[in-house]
Design a protein around this ligand. Sequence first.
Ligand SMILES: *Cc1c(COP(=O)(O)O)cnc(C)c1O
Length: 368
Amino acid sequence: MVPFLDLKAQYRVIADEIRQAVDRVLESGRFTLGPEVEAFEQEFAAYCGTKHAVGVNSGTSALHLALLAAGVAPGHEVITVPMTFVATVAAIGYAGAIPVFVDVDPQFYTMDPEKIESAITERTKAIVPVHLYGQPAEMDRIIEIAAKHKIAVIEDAAQAHGAEYRGKRVGALGELGAFSFYPGKNLGAYGEGGMVVTNDDKHARTVRMLRDWGTETKYYHELKGFNYRMDAIQGAILRVKLRHLEDWIRSRRILAVRYEERLAATSLVLPAAMPDARHVYHLYAVRSHHRESLQTALAENNIYTGLHYPVPVHLQKAWSELPYKKGDFPVSERIANEEISLPMFPEMSQEQLEDVCDALCVWASGEE
Ligand SMILES: *Cc1c(COP(=O)(O)O)cnc(C)c1O
């Protein structure tokens, strides 16, 4: 049996450290924000190479507050991609702005910089590239275009903790960056969590206020804020897990190298790694014209896979109010139809990986 990911296997390795951290919080009597969250913020900012990090209660909240800090308001447009998890687009909606889609690059699956300029209008306030599957978007080009038009770049780094682009960590590239600590992410809480990172003092202060009812001093509300505070228990757990993150990324990258060796000769389209970047393989996303048959064949061998994502956001029922139709973003639609995510988690053994590849090669030989 090879699960798609195995959070219990990871817990077994770090259980003692986690229990100590949780106990410390329980004994402290401080359950939301507080010293554990502050310490995690400092450690995560140092990890990303940013001046500030502000802990919140989810990746979606992080995106929402990053957009508000950048000045996104009702009537504005925000450019993003339809090939993402729906939260990217939902957060733009929460800020009262209109999501405007541009297609992704056919090789890297991240925002195609060539498509951006024709989507910019006088209402465009921000661009939100998504570091999909753990690979940074082409940030130099995106930032260059944004600077020319004086619009903010907010990174959706929910899938890409520790990914690097030209020597810099994601989150530190744009004006603000948003991370998720949903349990299945590369750095996952034991519950929900998120983080906004930025080098801008003013943005950091705004996000800090907005996550806690718009206050700096209790009961004095300067802004219309939210209850988006990070739990102290999650902060303490994430501090423990952050210390393991580089090891876990190393494991994922070793697994990716072995997948590539074993699968290069099959008909599958394997992930393309961008030059001068560090892909952190949140997902090992391959493409096949026959993914249903592949998914079934693997499941018959007790090997579990995922689809990320079967419907691009412009074709989701919830977003049918947007002026898009089938065929508008052919690259995103092709990925939605062909992508399948193979098992990928740091504790995955060499044996498990070989089992996946064996089953895949048997299936592939039957396909020919
Ligand atoms: C997970 C995810 C989010 C949302 O994060 P939550 O913590 O689940 O709110 C946003 N964007 C992308 C690309 C994601 O994968």
